[in-house]
Design a protein around this ligand. Structure first.
Ligand SMILES: [Zn+2]
Length: 404
């Protein structure tokens, strides 16, 4: 019966590392990183348990490459329950709450089962409604006096559109908070971003952001202060590193690297998440002293270096989202003849082309101090391009770089 991973056995032997190599927490830096590609290539070699001990098998979404499987023992499910109950408790959820889950709890989706187990541990009542169906969501809110929604923020916008058309007043319902998953709702200074603002303009409600991934099986969830997701240090060891793999100081962007703690099935050592974010160590308004993770800025492999500035596609989308005088847009990054990243923004609007271009350029200059190329076209053309990738949803950003 194997109780360690064939992959790490091989890698640690290669680096001449043993368990004695890890005495103090700083020693972790002697250990090599694990990348998404490593897990994709050697997926089953990461497994530390015989299949007879595996209780649940989940899978990553595959939005950044081939999906990988994660194997959980019964103890891992208990750890997941502890993680989610602690995490949702940070957001103030308690046993009196009636929680409506608007995301799937199947399809090999780890977060779904985490919410179910975590809420059960808290003792809250759970309505597993699943994704979509705004009419049913509102109906069940009314019927069961739901107090908390767990939702993807852009789905909340859909629910609000439905509410508007059907004379439902969200503020008159029993819902008092929304746990927002999958999409950031804040800017780096913790103010609400356009998405967060759009929701609260129509529904003045408290939004709590949570960030998690299948690989770390741990969530970083905001307290009522909304100043970044609180770290659960007993479940995951977190590092934030720069491009040279050196640790960055608080408030500086870097890649989140995690080492899972207490996992039996598929533990990971120094896993590079590819997620770029900033961390904060100052005392939180809630009194917690744990590290807090700011909103995700983007994926490391989508980083754009443009005229001396480093930025990520979500920042471009966010800036364009703010412009109510454009009717459609998408941005594109290409490699120019010098081998450098070049940003092109395609827009449509009702103003004269030259006016539109200068207004957008001024906006970019003021906000990120660089101005991309702005190209004016029609809404129809933009929408056709955005849908032409055969993805499940329209894209706002297209990466055409040849040298990634
Ligand atoms: Zn706090």
């Amino acid at each position: 019966m194997r109780l360690n991973s064939a992959y790490y056995e091989r890698i640690l032997a290669e680096y001449q590392l043993t368990e004695e190599s890890l005495v103090s927490i700083e020693d972790i830096r002697k250990f090599p990183f694990t990348t998404k590609a490593d897990i994709q290539t050697y997926n089953k070699e990461f497994l530390c348990q015989p299949l007879s001990r595996i209780t649940d098998i989940v899978s990553t979404s595959g939005t950044s490459g081939a999906p990988v499987s994660f194997y959980l023992t019964d103890n891992d499910l208990e750890r997941l329950a502890i993680n989610e109950s602690k995490s949702l408790s940070i957001a103030g959820i308690h046993r009196e709450d009636i929680v409506q889950l608007t995301t799937t709890s199947d399809r090999l989706f780890m977060a779904g089962i985490a919410y179910v187990l975590g809420l059960r541990k808290i003792g809250a009542s759970l309505l597993r409604v699943g994704p979509g169906l705004p009419d049913l969501q509102w109906k069940l809110i009314k019927e069961h006096q739901t107090t908390v929604l767990i939702a993807v923020p852009s789905f909340i916008l859909k629910m609000l559109e439905y509410a508007e058309k059907n004379q439902i007043d969200p503020s008159a319902t029993s819902v008092t908070k929304i746990i927002c998953i999958g999409e950031p709702i804040r800017n780096q200074d913790f103010s609400l971003n356009v998405l967060g603002q759009k929701i609260t303009d129509k529904w003045p409600i408290h939004l709590y952001s949570t960030y998690a991934s299948t690989e770390m099986a741990t969530a970083f969830t905001e307290c009522h202060a909304g100043k970044g997701g609180h770290h659960l240090p007993e479940l995951v060891f977190a590092e934030v590193v720069d491009q040279q793999d050196e640790p960055v100081p608080p408030g500086t962007s870097g890649e989140l690297v995690i080492t899972t703690l207490g996992i039996e099935g598929m533990p990971l050592l120094r896993f590079k998440t590819g997620d770029i974010c900033q961390y904060h160590l100052s005392l939180c308004e809630c009194g917690r002293t744990t590290l807090r993770l700011g909103p995700l800025q983007g994926r490391k492999n989508q980083m754009i270096k443009y005229k001396g500035t480093t930025l990520y596609p979500p920042a471009l989308t966010e800036l364009l989202h703010e412009l109510d005088y454009i009717s459609a847009y998408y941005s594109e990054v290409v490699t120019d003849e010098m081998g450098l990243d070049c940003i092109k923004i395609y827009v449509a609007g009702n103003e004269k082309d030259a006016d539109l271009i200068s207004r957008i350029k001024e906006h970019f200059q003021a906000r990120i101090r660089v101005t991309p190329d702005i190209l004016v076209t029609t809404t129809q053309e933009i929408n056709a391009i955005k849908m032409s990738f055969n993805f499940r949803k329209p894209v706002d950003f297209i990466d055409h770089r040849t040298t990634l």
